[in-house]
Ligand binder design. Structure first.
Ligand SMILES: [Zn+2]
Ligand SMILES: [Zn+2]
Length: 451
């Protein structure tokens, strides 16, 4: 009998941590924290007492809702941590950043270094051992750099965990890979977009470019708040293709710069699509963001970055700004909004999902004034929002139709839907049920499967 318990990401998104066990083996799939606006991060409750008995943790990808709690589990005694090579480098950056923001609430710096020493990193498509009789193989998930789905061979039974997947090809990543001929006994899938069908990537790509031209024609600049990892590089590639031989300049700011360097390290066909490698070869650049109209906004550029940022937004030039954070909760984007969002000619081009209660969500819903913060300033200051606000339909996740198609193609009789709202899960369940056992786990309630 195999028992599966979700300690998070059950009828919600956040703190993914799925324990798979039988009478003598325990393996944990992902180990994240939930990030909540205006509240501290939330740990997967009740998980740490299992740490000593878990033989291995297998991590799908670097996003914090899948990696944020790993150092704590290492402290508690789980010393085998597996992830792909890029995931390790990205996680190290995210962990350091988290310590700066939240401090040692769940784990401390020593735990982080101990974890980094412990991690075993892997390539895609290569089997590795997790425990006696249990192996794992990573499949490219197409979601961000290094993202993977996980195939477990559990003493002869196959379990496939999608992690976060993208069924659309994006500039850096091909569509996700999954097993189709094997007999999968349990399929654990994300369900983020269970309620949403999205247009093909050409639609947002073209419409963001069109909106940038229109903004420039009326004398404005475009500000693109973006997640540092994945979305930012995708937008950079779109902008590189469109604007490389124009007078548009693309200023890149915040954590995106660090993530760009990780993308550069792994700019190889093991990790990114051949299409982008060929494109760069054709245009004689190492990576798209090396084109000469990309300008990294860093300390090398100016003594006072705030003054420099103000200058960028005030120049009557075709400037585009790509900056963190994606939901406008903090980061250099506040500096740009402060100087630019009052101008009705400018455009705030939202490129990602905006969680409720975030500043990004307020702006998207038409707030005319928001409270922003500068570094170290707790009180904040009010800024008027008069610029045009537009959202573009990018998503890093499988959209509804494609997800259903994939789940049917894998054809497992047992499906568990995680990493999505209850409504999204229920809606998918209706479409998938026909002869299959489809379940939405409840947090900390084990589900048992007979062999
Ligand atoms: Zn993710
Ligand atoms: Zn996720």
């Amino acid at each position: 009998m195999i028992k599966i318990t979700a300690f998070g990401a059950a009828k919600e998104i956040g703190k993914s941590a799925i324990l798979v066990e039988d009478k003598d083996t325990k393996i944990l799939l992902d180990c994240g924290l939930k990030i909540r606006p205006k509240e501290p991060t939330e740990a997967p409750l009740g998980l740490k007492k299992h740490a000593k008995e878990i033989q291995s943790m297998v991590i799908s990808h670097a996003h914090f809702d899948h990696t944020g709690y790993i150092p704590r589990m290492v402290r508690e005694g789980c010393k085998n941590v597996h992830m792909t090579h890029p995931t390790k480098d990205i996680a190290a950056i995210l962990w350091r950043d988290h310590l700066k923001i939240e401090g040692a609430r769940h784990w401390n710096e020593d735990d982080m270094y101990e974890t980094l020493r412990t991690i075993k990193s892997h390539y895609y498509d290569q089997k590795f051992k997790l425990a006696d009789g249990v192996t794992a193989t990573y499949f490219d998930a197409g979601h961000i750099l290094g993202s993977a789905s996980i195939l477990l061979d559990w003493k002869g039974q196959l379990i496939f965990y999608t992690g976060d997947i993208n069924t659309f090809a994006t500039p850096y990543h091909d569509t996700n890979k999954y097993p189709t001929i094997e007999d999968i006994s349990i399929l654990i899938s994300e369900s983020t977009n269970g309620l949403r069908d999205l247009p093909n990537r050409e639609i947002p790509n073209e419409s963001i470019v069109e909106a940038i031209y229109k903004t420039y024609q009326r004398g404005g600049i475009t500000i693109i708040p973006s997640f540092a990892l994945g979305r930012a590089q995708e937008i950079e590639a779109i902008l590189a293709k469109e604007f490389m031989n124009t007078k548009f300049r693309i200023f890149v700011d915040g954590m995106i710069l660090k993530m760009n360097e990780i993308y550069r390290m792994y700019f190889h066909e093991y990790w990114v699509s051949k299409k982008i490698l060929e494109w760069c070869r054709d245009y004689k650049v190492e990576v798209p963001f090396d084109l000469k109209n990309f300008i990294p906004v860093s300390r090398n550029l100016a003594d006072n970055l705030n003054t420099y940022r103000k200058m960028i937004v005030s120049e009557k030039k075709p400037n585009i700004i790509l900056s963190t954070s994606g939901m406008m909760e903090g980061g250099p984007i506040h500096s740009y909004l402060n100087h630019a969002a009052g101008n009705p000619d400018n455009l705030i081009a939202i490129s990602g999902y905006q969680v409720e209660e975030t500043i990004g969500r307020q702006i998207l819903e038409g707030a005319k004034s928001v409270t922003l913060f500068s570094w170290g300033d707790k009180k904040g200051f009010k800024t008027d929002i008069n610029s045009e606000v537009k959202q573009f339909q990018f998503s890093g996740h499988a959209q509804r139709n494609e997800l259903i198609k994939m789940l049917k193609a894998i054809n497992s009789k047992n499906i568990l839907l995680v990493h999505g709202s209850e409504e999204a899960g229920e809606s998918l369940k209706k479409d998938l049920e026909n002869g299959r056992n489809v379940k939405l786990p409840t947090v900390r309630e084990p589900i048992e499967y007979e062999n």
